[in-house]
Design a protein. Structure first.
Length: 541
């Protein structure tokens, strides 16, 4: 839930900035482009607000796709080559020199920050539920009141006009016309069953034509459902006042674009007659309303904008270029903000373990201090992050060497290095093959991007020595092979590498298919070799 909230927050910031730009450009856009293009922009932004992904997740996904494509190309080339003699698999882990320094113990302040973040997430969720609940309940009560007090229209004049307009607009959906004295103005209701509501007023033939056509255009475009989309986006981002402004402006643009569709192909006299119909609604009853409906009358300020837009003589341009620009800007800005929000300053890294450890008869792991690559330039303007040492994991498998960048995964009392962009945090609560007792020991878990069957997680076996933890695993069916614990279940291998930590014992656990043993199996052992504890994890005892 916390990760979702952080992604929502990043999206809210990026869309809020774009909203400010669009609101500043509104006078220019309204004069130059048809209102439907800006309306579609608001709808795209509403969809973006409801997608809980961050820029970092997009970047990782793109990296995973690129890596998978590279691996498939390499595999195709390898399949076309004669099989070479099998060479021992070796893994070289190159780590920066600062990994020998102890890990900073999480302070009390970080715990307070975590508590405040959890409280903020709960407040956000409660606010969103209250927001959308209020509008849905208000809508249902208002609709029930209109249906209860209103009467189905039997006037042949209205029914014939309605049928003709449905044929003109190619609308096949059934529409229920009712007349209700409590209606604020002519409106369209209903997400699934369309209802046109007319106030208990007398309308001329011309007024009736424009009113019914206006509401049927709303029906054809599904504007009632789109208003629900905008309201839902506002509910998720209720804390951001810019999203409230976005929803309000989108509602105005919805009416402007509907007016443009109604008067499409009409001459000036017809457009003027349409504005007179709008003007007449100002003097009608305009009291209670609901945001989840279309409103023929939208208030005096909105009506003034609509008059100006309808009577404007200049021909407006196609705005598809503006729409595409905003889409690209939204994606780019979202990735920039997401990457900035999730980036962390480099921390002190964990200790190195043994210099060389035998894995099996044909597999070895080596740890070497990271050696900084030779700088390609001596220019003083080179950014500091280019000069910094970057941790890498280098895997030598089947005689080929693969080097990938590594990132620090900080846990509660430990740190571990993972290949950058190849693993993502996983919800181990949904793992059906892990018993509940074992889940209580799990601290963090990850899943490989390229294979959902490959998992990695850390456990802390409190008040159990190394020997006791090893015996417990042996009792669970694990076998001890070169100081590592393995258990095979069908076509799946479960592995545990134990780390003694004073009165407790930590474990780096994994699960992968048997056919991935020489790939992910070797990589996971290299990852486990970077695991180190802080004093909070009893590493100092």
């Amino acid at each position: 839930m916390t990760n979702i909230f952080l992604s929502v927050l990043a999206g809210s910031v990026s869309v809020g900035l774009i909203t400010v730009v669009l609101l500043a450009w509104t006078p220019f856009l309204n004069k130059r482009y048809a209102a439907k293009w800006k309306y579609w922009i608001w709808l795209f932004l509403a969809v973006r607000l409801l997608l809980p992904f961050s820029g970092t997740q997009v970047r990782i996904a793109l990296q995973a796709l690129q890596q998978e494509k590279t691996q498939q190309t390499a595999q195709t080339q390898q399949n076309n080559m004669p099989m070479p003699p099998r060479a021992p698999a070796r893994v070289t882990v190159r780590l920066p020199a600062q990994m020998t320094a102890p890990i900073t113990v999480p302070s009390k302040g970080s715990s307070i920050q975590t508590t405040l973040l959890n409280a903020t997430v709960l407040l956000w969720a409660a606010g969103g539920i209250c927001f959308i609940g209020f509008h849905l309940i208000s809508y249902m009560r208002y609709k029930r009141q209109l249906l209860k007090t209103g009467a189905v229209i039997r006037d042949n004049r209205i029914l014939c006009q309605l049928m003709q307009l449905k044929q003109e607009l190619a609308i096949r959906r059934s529409v229920l016309p009712i007349e209700a004295a409590a209606a604020a103005s002519p409106m369209m209701l209903g997400f699934f069953h369309a209802v046109i509501v007319l106030p208990d007023e007398e309308y001329s033939a011309e007024e009736l034509y424009f009113i019914l056509k206006h509401e049927l255009v709303h029906l054809k475009r599904g504007d009632v459902c789109l208003k629900l989309l905008l309201t839902t986006a506002n509910a998720v981002h209720w804390f951001n006042p810019l999203i409230w402004l976005m929803r309000k402006e989108a509602t105005v643009d919805m009416e402007l674009s509907c007016d443009e569709r109604v008067t499409q192909g009409a001459d000036y006299a017809q457009r003027k007659a349409y504005t007179e119909t709008l003007l007449s609604t100002i003097h009608k009853q305009c009291t209670k309303r609901t945001v989840l409906s279309t409103q023929f009358y939208g208030g005096k300020k909105v009506m003034k904008k609509r008059f100006q837009n309808i009577l404007r003589k200049n021909r407006k341009k196609n705005g598809v270029g503006i729409l595409l620009f905003v889409i690209l800007l939204t994606i780019g800005l979202g990735m920039t903000i997401g990457c900035t929000a999730t980036s962390k300053p480099e921390s002190e890294a964990p200790k190195q373990f043994g210099e060389k450890e035998e894995l099996s008869n044909d597999t070895f792991v080596e740890t070497e201090p990271f050696q900084q690559k030779e700088k390609v330039t001596a220019d003083a303007d080179v950014p500091d992050n280019v000069r910094e040492e970057t941790p890498t994991l280098t895997f030598s498998l089947e005689g080929e060497e693969y080097e990938v960048a590594a990132v620090i995964a900080e846990g509660n009392g430990y740190m571990i290095y993972l290949p950058d962009g190849e693993w993502y945090p996983s919800d181990f609560e949904n793992w059906e093959d892990i018993d509940e007792e074992w889940k209580t020991c799990i601290y963090d878990a990850w899943t490989a991007w390229n294979n959902d069957d490959v998992r990695l997680w850390t456990v802390r076996m409190e008040r159990r020595s190394y020997d006791e933890a090893q015996k417990e695993l042996l009792d669970k069916g694990y076998a001890l092979i070169n100081d590592r614990m393995f258990r095979q279940d069908g076509e799946t291998i479960y592995g545990v590498e134990l780390k003694a930590a004073g009165t407790d014992t930590w474990g780096v656990c994994s699960r992968y298919p048997i056919d991935a043993q020489e790939g992910y199996g070797v990589q996971i052992h290299a990852i486990a070799g970077t695991f180190a504890l802080s004093e909070n994890g009893n590493g100092g005892e």
